[in-house]
Design a protein. Structure first.
Length: 415
C-alpha cells in the first residue's frame, strides 16, 4: 500500500512540461473533455512510472496502447463535490494526479503483455460487431468487453435505472461460454478432453487479457481457470474456494480494490447466487410460471437484494424494477453472447458468415436496449431519496412478515 501511495508527480502539481505517456484505457468522452488513463514514463527531466488520469480537449482521442508525446499541466484531483469524491476514487485506483493535456501526438504503441491485450481487445471488439454501427455495435462491445464508453448518456442512465447495468460488466456467464466454446471446438475436431481443457485455459486467459483488469472478469477468469485445472489434475472443485481465491488475488494486487464498487458488487452478487438462489427457487415452486422465468426471477431477486445496500452506499440509488427487467432481458443474453463469440471465432476464416451472425446479434442487442429504456423509464423505477428508501424497506418488511409463515417449511411430516 505504501508503494501504491507513492507519487513523485505530486511534487509537480501546478507545473507544465512536455511528457511521454502510455495510454492504458479506452477513451471516455464527457461533455467538456475526454478522459483516459495512462502511465507517465517521463515528465520534463523527471523519470517516472506513475499511473495518472489524462484529461484532453474534446475531439480526437489517442487509442488504448498508444505512446504519446504531449504538453500538459499536472493538477490535483477534484475534492468531494455533489456526492462524488474524485480524489478518493482515483487514489483507490492508484492515481494521485490529473494531467490536463494541451497538445499531443502519437509516436508509437506499447509492446509486451499490454500490447497483446490491446490487439486482442481491438480484434474482439471488431469481430463481435462486424458490419454494425451506432448503438447496436456499442452495446455488443459493451456487453462482451465490459465497456460502456460507446453508449449514450441517456441509455447508460436507463440501464442503471432498470437494474440492467450489470449486463455491461463481464461476468462468469461470459467466461463460461468462452470455455464451453473452446471445449466444443476441440470436440468437433476430434481431440481429447484434456486438450479441450488446455484450450479452455488459453481461451479464458486471452479473454481476460482482451477485457482488461476489471474485478468481475478477473474473478470469473480465476474461477474458470481453476475449474479446468481441477479437471486436469483430477481434483474436486469447490465454488466457494474459487470465489475466495479470486478475491484474495485481487486484494493481494491492490488492497484498495476492497472499496471498489465493481469488486463489491461482483463478489456479493456471486455469493448471493450460491446462497440465496436455491432457496428462492424452492419458494417459487408451484407458482404458474415457466422454469426459465422462475430461475430468472430467483436470480435477479437474490442479486438485487444482496447488492441493494452496496448500490445505495456507493451511488445513493436503488432500482425497484430490477426483477422484471432482468426477467425480460435474460432470455436474450445467452444467445447474444454465444453468437458474439461464434462471430469472433469465425471472422478470420469466414468474414461473411461472421457479419451475418453479428447482424442477427444486433437485433438481440436492440431488444436488450428496449428493455432498459422501457423499464428504466417507468415512474419510480429508481429511488434516490432516503425517505423513499425507508418507505420501501417498511413495505418489504411487512410483506416478509406476511409471507414468512406461508413459506416456512412445516415441522410436521403430515403437512
Amino acid at each position: 500500500m505504501a508503494a501504491l501511495d507513492r507519487s513523485p508527480l505530486t511534487s509537480q502539481i501546478g507545473t507544465a512540461e512536455r511528457f511521454r505517456a502510455v495510454v492504458t484505457s479506452a477513451a471516455r468522452r464527457g461533455r467538456f473533455d475526454i478522459r483516459v488513463e495512462g502511465t507517465i514514463v517521463r515528465y520534463g527531466t523527471l523519470r517516472s512510472d506513475e499511473h495518472v488520469l489524462l484529461r484532453l480537449r474534446p475531439g480526437r482521442a489517442p487509442p488504448q496502447g498508444a505512446i504519446i508525446d504531449a504538453l500538459g499541466e499536472v493538477a490535483a484531483a477534484r475534492p468531494a463535490r455533489n456526492g462524488f469524491d474524485e480524489r478518493r476514487w482515483l487514489r483507490r485506483h492508484g492515481v494521485h494526479v490529473v494531467v490536463h493535456v494541451d497538445t499531443w501526438a502519437q509516436i508509437g504503441r506499447r509492446g509486451g503483455i499490454g500490447g497483446i491485450s490491446d490487439r486482442l481487445r481491438v480484434w474482439l471488439g471488431r469481430s463481435v460487431a462486424r458490419g454494425l454501427h451506432g448503438e447496436r455495435a456499442a452495446l455488443l462491445e459493451g456487453i462482451v468487453l465490459g465497456d460502456d464508453a460507446g453508449l449514450s448518456d441517456n441509455l447508460r442512465m436507463r440501464f442503471r435505472a432498470s437494474g440492467l447495468y450489470h449486463l455491461l460488466a463481464v461476468s462468469g456467464q461470459n467466461v463460461a461460454l468462452v470455455a464451453a466454446g473452446a471445449l466444443a471446438l476441440v470436440w468437433v475436431v476430434g481431440l481429447s478432453r484434456g486438450i479441450g481443457q488446455v484450450a479452455a485455459l488459453l481461451s479464458i486467459g486471452a479473454y481476460v487479457l482482451a477485457v482488461g483488469p476489471q474485478p468481475s472478469v478477473i474473478r470469473a477468469g480465476i474461477a474458470g481457470a481453476l475449474g479446468s485445472l481441477a479437471w486436469l489434475t483430477a481434483r474436486m472443485g469447490d465454488r466457494w474456494q474459487f470465489l475466495l481465491l479470486g478475491a484474495l488475488a485481487l486484494l493481494a494486487w491492490n488492497p484498495y480494490t476492497l472499496f471498489d464498487a465493481g469488486f463489491q458488487l461482483s463478489f456479493v452478487a456471486v455469493a448471493a447466487i450460491f446462497a440465496l438462489v436455491p432457496r428462492l427457487q424452492r419458494a417459487l415452486e408451484g407458482y404458474p410460471m415457466p422454469d426459465w422465468t422462475r430461475d430468472a426471477v430467483a436470480l435477479s431477486a437474490a442479486c438485487g437484494i444482496a447488492t441493494a445496500p452496496i448500490m445505495w452506499i456507493q451511488f445513493h440509488a436503488v432500482s425497484l424494477v430490477a426483477i422484471p427487467a432482468n426477467a425480460l432481458a435474460a432470455p436474450a443474453m445467452v444467445p447474444l453472447l454465444a453468437l458474439a463469440f461464434a462471430s469472433a471465432a469465425i471472422a478470420p476464416i469466414a468474414p461473411a458468415v461472421a457479419s451475418m451472425l453479428a447482424w442477427v446479434n444486433g437485433w438481440l442487442a436492440a431488444y436488450i436496449a428496449i428493455c432498459a429504456r422501457v423499464v428504466g423509464s417507468l415512474p419510480g423505477a429508481q429511488i434516490q431519496s432516503t425517505r423513499a428508501l425507508l418507505l420501501v424497506l417498511a413495505g418489504a418488511l411487512l410483506a416478509a412478515a406476511y409471507a414468512w409463515p406461508r413459506w416456512r417449511p412445516s415441522s410436521s411430516p403430515f403437512t
